[in-house]
Design a protein around this ligand. Structure first.
Ligand SMILES: [Zn+2]
Length: 358
């Protein structure tokens, strides 16, 4: 009994309404209809069939859905222990417990389901009307950016002021059904005057190619997100200035010339070629590789100094051996490139050169 009271007192307040207890478990930070396109295994669209890899600067984390078949899991991880399967359950970085109340979760799902209808539009030429108003688009995309920011696992956060503006608009506007959303009132809202976004898409790309989720840490004018077959440029201040001098893994002109969606308009989506979106994904992977190579290099040098090596740098020969151990094909994909693997590979190679203390 005492335990029960304690857990009740500790429960957080909903981040959206700031009123009700955040009783909802398993809230999707990124809408499920998009997330499943990014990480579900081929041919499966239900929940629990996902297999995701999260690439961070040092670490690669992976998680799997409860419904994945044993053979598929063994393919990726080799043998999994009971503890690993148990730990996986709370492992998904984009699913969170106790951040929203059930009512707010429902309100978020209403706008998601409305926006998900636009997936069927394919368009031709260089842009198309998606079939929803920009009000729907603003609520939907702002809720994605805001949730990713408050979840704080993507490495990017919008400013506190913007987060509060987003929260306030979403809380004031979202309703328990689409017909109960007061879109007209949105058009006179002062908060919304400066908010706008540009959206690019390569329709159908997700069906034939791997897609990613990446919130770019170097963009805030506008915030820039690669999500499945979409690239979103979202601004709270009508400011897209970063694209004057920078590009999003090769995408620049396309953002600058695409329509800015603002209240009072129908959403327009710019079309991206398959070639461009493919290059964007490759550019992202290259960037992650470069960042990781740089960090590994620093890490190796630190280890070298810590174990009393001569000078400040680990000899290139040893670095190369550790790297080749890390990328060895004998290891299962799900066990590669993570911190445990980095530690084990480093110890394995260094042990060849003399005793080391762990
Ligand atoms: Zn709430």
């Amino acid at each position: 009994m005492a335990k029960h009271i304690k857990s009740k007192m500790n429960i957080e307040i909903c981040r959206l309404c700031k009123t009700n207890p955040a009783d909802k478990k398993g809230s999707h930070i990124v809408p499920h209809f998009l997330l499943k396109r990014i990480e579900n295994i081929e041919g499966k669209s239900g929940r629990d069939y996902e297999l995701g890899f999260y690439i961070e600067e040092f670490d690669t984390k992976s998680h799997f859905g409860r419904a994945l078949q044993q053979e598929k899991l063994e393919d990726i991880y080799g043998t999994l222990s009971e503890e690993e399967i148990e730990a996986n359950k709370s492992n998904h970085p984009l699913i969170a417990d106790n951040i929203f109340c059930s009512g707010c979760e429902k309100r978020l799902s209403i706008i998601e389901s409305e926006y998900s209808k636009t997936l069927i539009e394919k368009g031709d030429g260089d842009k198309y009307k998606s079939g929803v108003s920009s009000e729907v688009g603003i609520l939907f995309w702002m809720s994605v950016i805001w949730r990713m920011s408050i979840n704080n696992k993507s490495g990017v956060q919008i400013t506190k002021g913007e987060a509060e503006i987003a929260r306030r608009i979403l809380d004031r506007t979202l309703a328990d059904s689409i017909t109960n959303i007061d879109f007209e009132n949105m058009q006179v809202s002062k908060d919304l005057k400066k908010i706008g976004y540009k959206i690019l898409r390569c329709p159908g790309f997700s069906e034939s190619s791997p897609t990613f989720l990446f919130f770019h840490p170097e963009f805030d004018k506008p915030y820039s997100l690669l999500i499945d077959e979409y690239i979103l440029a979202f601004s709270f201040t009508n400011n897209y200035i970063h694209y004057n001098t920078r590009n999003f893994f090769g995408i620049r002109e396309e953002i600058l010339t695409s329509t800015t969606n603002q209240i009072g308009t129908e959403e327009e989506v710019g079309l991206l070629s398959e070639k461009l979106l493919k290059e964007t994904g490759e550019g992202l992977i290259d960037k992650m590789k470069t960042i990781r190579a740089k960090n590994l290099d620093l890490f190796f040098n630190k280890i070298h100094v810590a174990i009393g090596g001569e000078g400040n740098y680990m000899p290139e020969k040893i670095k190369k051996e550790i790297l080749s151990e890390l990328t060895s094909n004998e290891k299962k994909l799900g066990r590669k490139y993570n911190l445990q693997d980095l530690r084990d590979s480093t110890i394995k190679i260094l042990s060849k050169y003399g005793p080391i203390e762990e």
